[in-house]
Design a protein. Structure first.
Length: 563
């Protein structure tokens, strides 16, 4: 153990608190800059179309003293959210932010959640780094720890703002804390950390990402056991997880029961499992260059964009000084590198890996290797922390600066920012209040008990890349904001016995193709239809099985009426 340099030295409690305070301040500053650059930074894609409307409905239920576990507007109404893994969002931080549903600024709740989880990520990596510097020991400066901490904390931005959910920030935030629990020497500290942050992950994380976290951390715990020649680290991990599962069982059981009966649990096609993997040839490019390639050669397909961006991090090029280090390899470094290589293989996901996965329960439902990118980022930064750089200090700093610029500068110049599904129309409708005003005029045309289905002709849906006005259609989960009952919703894990119709929506936003109209009427003669007639200009109608359709064009926001 390194002896303290002074009473306030780097390895004393005073030094730890100073390091933690400085990192949290810098992390908060970075978050503030991101918010100034692009307000409501995390309100994109699934977070906007799926998460926010549901958070608003739950928030209103909480404010009105109603059960937050039942949705009045999704999948025909009276939908049990506890049985749907997609909607497993019962973390206290989420519930606290949902109270903003009663204000005009309800749309900031996701960024409030993101701020708290990112600060927790920062605190976790700082505490892990401080512990390792003291116990291993490591000859790393406070500045090096801060750089790696900021890189790790914000390396997940592309994933959380792209084609995923806010929940990934929870899975991201627990990794340093859980690793710290595994590395402890005392049972109380080890089991306590694992149990507490496993509960944190179960309540607020992405369920499949939680499974990935647990798989790789189990391997890490086994490796630490080998290094220490003791089963204690694995014991901390197993006992802590058992405690967490027992505590959360009342919420965990219905979710697992509902998920296992859903179509997603039955597995996804091999093609889908391979759609967003990063090939062996592209992996180095993705890691070391990432989003910089967007400017040089903008991808023609969104999936290529995922490949380029999701693996990139500000510390990527710092692997060079680590590789040049001539220091003797320690057991923990070897364990971390071994897990890192295994995670990289899972991110690359060759066909034979997918062939194995589709034959295993739960794993066959893991569609794209986004979850593995969360673990890759953690073990990559942990390895950089453990492996002493093999360059002079000045060159270390130059490498770190260059690496950070490779990730950050393209974010300033790329036209749509650090997300691939910016959804400017949906954001504008919400920020301006036009969405609420539109539904205040349209809602009286329906009875409170009416159930609507969204219809979109195929040629209209495939017209071009123009963003569909999902908020005006009550597609995805926008029915929760519109306060109208939708026959469907946005979930890949909806239990079949809770579905309102047996007819499966043709589109991923929960909308039906126009040719499915008769099948829906045969099942549910009372159903009403909101139809997107055209995009240029936007024309929307409201109809039923009988009677003339009502043209909703006069109710549209002014910007849509004068296209």
């Amino acid at each position: 153990m390194i002896a303290p340099e002074s009473e306030g030295g780097i390895n004393t409690q005073t030094g730890r608190l100073r390091l933690l305070r400085n990192n949290l301040l810098v992390s908060a500053l970075i978050f503030t800059v991101l918010e100034i650059w692009r307000p409501c930074f995390f309100l994109t894609d699934d977070n906007l179309d799926g998460g926010l409307p549901l958070f608003v409905e739950i928030g209103h239920h909480l404010l009105n003293g109603q059960s937050p576990f039942i949705s009045d507007y999704l999948f025909g109404g009276n939908y049990n959210l506890l049985r749907d893994a997609t909607y497993f969002i019962w973390h206290p931080v989420y519930l606290f932010s949902m109270l903003l549903a009663g204000t005009s600024f309800y749309y900031v709740m996701f960024d409030v959640d993101a701020f708290i989880f990112l600060m927790l990520t920062t605190a976790g990596f700082v505490n892990l780094a401080w512990y390792l510097r003291r116990e291993v020991p490591l000859k790393v400066s406070d500045g090096w720890i801060m750089f790696l901490t900021m890189s790790f904390t914000y390396s997940v931005i592309s994933l959380a703002t792209g084609a995923s959910w806010l929940n990934y920030l929870v899975n991201h935030s627990v990794l340093p804390w859980l690793a710290l629990g595994i590395l402890q020497k005392q049972w109380r500290a080890g089991v306590g950390l694992v149990a507490l942050f496993s509960i944190h992950q179960i309540l607020g994380g992405h369920p499949l990402a939680m499974i990935s976290n647990n798989i790789f951390l189990t391997l890490f715990a086994v490796g630490v056991c080998v290094c220490r020649r003791s089963l204690t680290p694995l014991g901390f991990w197993i006992v802590g997880m058992l405690v967490a599962c027992i505590v959360t069982f009342p919420l965990l059981f219905p979710m697992l029961e509902g998920f296992l009966s859903s179509s997603r649990a039955q597995g996804v096609p091999l093609y889908d499992m391979q759609l967003n993997n990063i090939s062996l040839q592209e992996f180095p490019t993705s890691l070391f260059v990432g989003m910089a390639l967007w400017i040089i050669h903008p991808p023609l397909h969104a999936h290529v964009t995922y490949t380029l961006a999701f693996c990139s991090c500000a510390a990527a090029w710092c692997i060079v000084p680590a590789a040049l280090s001539k220091a003797k390899w320690r057991g923990l470094e070897i364990v971390t590198l071994s897990v890192l290589v295994f995670v990289a293989v899972m991110v690359i996901r060759p066909v034979w890996i997918s062939e194995i996965m589709i034959r295993l329960p739960i794993l066959r439902s893991m569609r794209w290797p986004f979850r593995e990118l969360v673990q890759f980022q953690f073990f990559f930064h942990l390895f950089l922390l453990l492996r002493p750089p093999g360059l002079p200090v000045r060159l270390q700093r130059l490498t770190a600066f260059t690496s950070a610029c490779v990730m950050v500068l393209p974010m300033l110049f790329y036209v749509i920012g650090p997300t691939f599904n910016e959804m400017p129309i949906g954001r504008k409708l919400i920020f301006s209040g036009e969405l609420d005003r539109y539904w205040d005029k349209v809602r009286p045309l329906l009875k409170p008990t009416d159930v609507v289905a969204v219809l979109i002709p195929y040629n209209v849906y495939m017209n071009d890349d123009y963003e569909k006005p999902n908020g005006l259609l009550a597609a995805f989960d926008y029915s929760c904001l519109a306060k109208v009952i939708n026959a469907n919703g946005y979930s890949h894990t909806a239990p079949p016995d809770q579905l309102y119709t047996q007819t499966i929506p043709f589109y991923p936003n929960g909308a039906y193709e126009i040719s499915q109209r008769e099948a829906l009427l045969k099942e549910r003669p009372e159903i009403k239809f909101i139809t997107l007639e055209s995009l240029h200009p936007v024309r929307i109608s409201l109809s039923s099985g009988t009677g003339p359709a009502i043209d909703l064009t006069p109710y549209l926001p002014e910007a849509f009426q004068h296209q």
